[in-house]
Design a binder for this molecule. Structure first.
Ligand SMILES: [Zn+2]
Length: 293
């Protein structure tokens, strides 16, 4: 059970978001900056996302009439404008995902520069500021939280302190969290990427996705929030997306579920809080002022 389930719109039993992180080939350029330009295999593995998977995913969403969220590094916005245009044309949300998928821990102390550089790309290419943020490799720092608050972000979606959206309060303000976890991320079952130190045995599509659907059933029963954190170059592959598409069709037909972009889900929680009809759980930050010995 969930202690304080959110009353979802129209009596829906569960809010659902299939969130895609469109990293494309940014990953290899960060991992191997000296010679990534000449590593065509990982470049093509990444390019498959914006060029082949995104059109496929968008077609499914259009047919089913749903809007969802995509997190895209600024560098990828710049390099794959056609995919970005198609995502925006479909009415979907694009969130901030760093500049070139730099790890905020590796660039700690300089995050203002990276976050603001990516913000400029969002404004120039998408014509609007992102409302949500997901940290590359989930590595949010206190510096990042404070920068997001300063820049007027509504939510982060990288942290793991609850099953359902919650509110982070810091001395500098507030930020909602749409929580992630590894059980609903496609990296463990499907990523095989030696160059970035990730060598998981690739699971069969049905096996790799099975854990996701078990997570959904638990959230559905508890009135929760089911979110996938997936990647076009992994879950947007032909056989995997075929199964996700079938799951979407069945779920929309037989279950009482609210599929929406994260900005709408968080917006709903915020509106209920303002109306005094729901109180999200609060996490007070910073957790620590310095090294824990
Ligand atoms: Zn990513």
């Amino acid at each position: 059970m969930i202690e304080n389930p959110v009353p979802w719109p129209n009596g829906a039993k569960c809010a659902c978001a299939i969130t895609f992180d469109m990293d494309a080939d940014s990953l290899i350029h960060v991992a191997r900056p000296d010679d990534s330009f000449n590593r065509l295999y990982p470049i093509t593995m990444g390019r498959y996302g914006p060029t082949v998977a995104i059109p496929r995913i968008l077609k499914t969403y259009e047919r089913l009439g749903i809007k969802q969220s995509f997190f895209i590094p600024g560098w990828c916005l710049e390099h794959y404008p056609d995919a970005v245009e198609a995502i925006l044309k479909g009415g979907h949300e694009i969130g901030h995902h760093g500049w070139i998928h730099e790890d905020p821990i590796a660039t700690a102390g300089n995050q203002r520069e990276w976050i603001e550089k990516a913000l400029q790309s969002h404004e120039r290419i998408c014509g609007l500021r992102p409302r949500g943020y997901r940290a590359p490799v989930y590595n949010v720092t206190q510096e990042v939280v404070d920068l997001l608050i300063e820049h007027g972000f509504k939510y982060d979606s990288s942290l793991m302190a609850d099953d359902i959206p919650y509110l982070m309060k810091t001395p500098n303000g507030e930020l909602y969290e749409a929580p992630v976890h590894w059980g609903t991320d496609d990296w463990p079952p499907f990523a095989h990427y030696d160059e970035i130190g990730y060598m998981m045995p690739v699971r069969a599509p049905s096996q790799g996705l099975a854990g996701f659907w078990e997570e959904f059933e638990a959230h559905y029963e508890a009135g929760g929030f089911f979110m996938l954190i997936v990647h076009p170059f992994l879950t947007g592959r032909l056989a995997r997306w075929r199964l996700v598409e079938q799951w979407l069709e069945q779920t929309m037909k037989h279950r009482s579920v609210w599929f929406a972009p994260l900005e709408e889900i968080i917006g709903h929680v915020a509106a209920r809080r303002e109306a005094g009809t729901y109180e999200p759980r609060i996490e007070t930050l910073p957790y620590f002022e310095g090294p824990v010995s």
